[in-house]
Design a protein around this ligand. Structure first.
Ligand code: AMP
Length: 453
């Protein structure tokens, strides 16, 4: 497969990643790669889309957009290695809208005469809603209709919306299958399908449903698969259901951590509740997301902050869809400055202007750390991430530091930076000797330590 990798320097690097290199980019597209495109208009998108982007303030395509838009416009299957925050929604939505609106007569048809032509599958309800919102914005000047169907809300309204005719359907797999089994939805006219955050769908257990849904779609359709990581199950899915895909990727997940000012606070787990209240109080007016490992932890933190009058909402798997939507809305509108979330509930949440991400607990999977802190520093902005680390979380901290290839500087609870040496004893308990720790750290990171302000 031919892999296009866009590094932070915006230089496109072409590399042949394996021996199947018949998926060479057609000669007609070569100029895009060589010219190093900087404007949306260079990508061949039609005027109504370009004017919407200008209105939205999108000046230049992000790296994933530069790479994915041309092949999607050409009708190619694409595997995109990119996480949220990279602009991947527009990377698939814009060229698909362009293609859909070609030859569309203006939208007088409805019902069976207007079957679903683009299907976008998302792992979570929140992400589905967010994608549909973006599609709605991008297609404002196009004669296209979109809707979102997810679980946790009455199905009746969704059935009615589908009856009225929908061009672009954004769905979570479970509700989509319900609608198909109730014969409220036909998928035999789908021209393109997008599998967004495929690795999350795998984690949640949606893979069998995804395969069943793909089998219902026409064979000649276009398939786009986006994923932050490429576990073997996703590679197998791609091999089974995509045709000659072009692989596009932006810098690996760990690299995005570079733009974020990260610190760690070492403390006893029993001190975390008071530390979070203190931290929130010292960041007045800032939009803050706090991640906890458990649902109970999320509720506990929310309760503490609300008791102190610090305005917090929580989203996690035990909250109803309505509760989650309300918590998100109050956070988005700034009525509650703090949102507490578990990893799964926070997937794909895109709230602009998040200035601080707090890891109340460190995640067990180091990649989750990068996903979490990526909630700040969206679309090129910078951000701040503070992690609470109790004595029994040192192992997770080390795994994270290994992944992001940097040591996270320690911060005292009053916000001042702790010199490296002073921070060390609390990392491993007072019994360990310092020289040994320093030797280990040198082995782990080399002598060059990255300085973070
Ligand atoms: P996504 O990765 O699709 O979740 O997008 C992350 C955020 O970046 C969203 O708020 C988008 O509206 C924004 N965005 C996407 N593409 C661009 C662009 N080319 N210029 C500026 N912002 C963008």
């Amino acid at each position: 497969m031919l892999r296009l990798t866009l590094r932070a320097s915006s230089r496109i690097v072409l590399s042949r990643t394996d021996k199947h290199w018949m998926h060479v980019i057609p000669v007609t597209r070569k100029p895009y790669i060589e010219r190093n495109i900087v404007k949306f208009s260079d990508l061949g998108l039609k005027k109504p889309i370009l004017s919407t982007l200008a209105r939205e303030g999108y000046q230049t395509p992000t790296p994933i957009q530069m790479q994915a838009i041309p092949p999607v416009l050409e009708g190619r299957d694409v595997v995109g290695l990119a996480q949220t925050g990279t602009g991947k929604t527009a990377a698939f939505a814009l060229p698909l809208l362009h293609r859909l609106s070609d030859g569309h007569d203006g939208g007088h048809q409805g019902g069976a005469a207007r079957p679903v032509r683009v299907l976008i599958l998302s792992p979570t309800r929140e992400l589905a809603a967010q994608i549909e919102k973006a599609v709605h914005v991008y297609s404002r000047d196009l004669p296209l209709r979109s809707t979102c169907v997810v679980g946790g809300v009455p199905i009746k309204r969704q059935i009615n919306a589908l009856r009225n005719g929908v061009d672009i359907l954004v769905a979570t797999p479970g509700r989509l299958e319900d609608l198909v089994s109730q014969k409220a939805l036909r998928l035999d006219r789908v021209e393109a399908v997008v599998l967004d955050e495929a690795d999350q769908m795998l984690d949640i257990g949606f893979m069998p449903a995804i395969r069943r849904i793909l089998r219902l779609l026409p064979k000649g359709r276009q398939t786009l698969l986006f994923s932050a990581t490429m576990p073997k199950e996703i590679k197998a899915l791609s091999a089974d259901h995509l045709r000659d895909p072009i692989e596009v990727s932006v810098a690996p997940v760990a690299a995005t951590a570079d733009r974020i000012d990260q610190t760690v606070m070492h403390m006893q787990s029993g001190d975390k509740v008071s530390a979070i209240a203190k931290l929130v109080r010292t960041h007045p007016g800032k939009r803050i997301i706090v991640f906890t490992r458990t649902k109970r932890g999320a509720d506990k933190v929310a309760k503490k902050l609300n008791v102190e009058g610090l305005g917090a909402g929580a989203i996690h798997g035990n909250k109803s869809q309505g509760q989650r939507q309300r918590a998100l809305a109050t956070f988005r509108e700034g009525r509650n400055p703090v949102l507490i979330a578990t990893d799964i509930a926070a997937r794909g949440i895109d709230v602009p202007g998040v200035e601080l991400v707090v890891n109340y607990d460190l995640p067990n999977v180091p990649e989750s750390y990068v996903h979490r802190i990526g909630r700040t520093a969206r679309a090129g902005a910078s951000g701040l991430a503070v992690s609470f680390c109790a004595g029994d979380e040192i192992k997770q901290l080390r795994a994270i530091e290994k992944l992001i290839r940097q040591e996270i500087p320690a911060l005292a609870v009053d916000g001042s930076h702790i010199p490296e040496r002073a921070a060390q004893p609390s990392l491993r308990g007072p019994k360990r000797a310092q020289p040994q720790q320093n030797r280990r750290r040198r082995r782990r990171y080399g002598n060059k330590q990255k300085a973070t302000a």
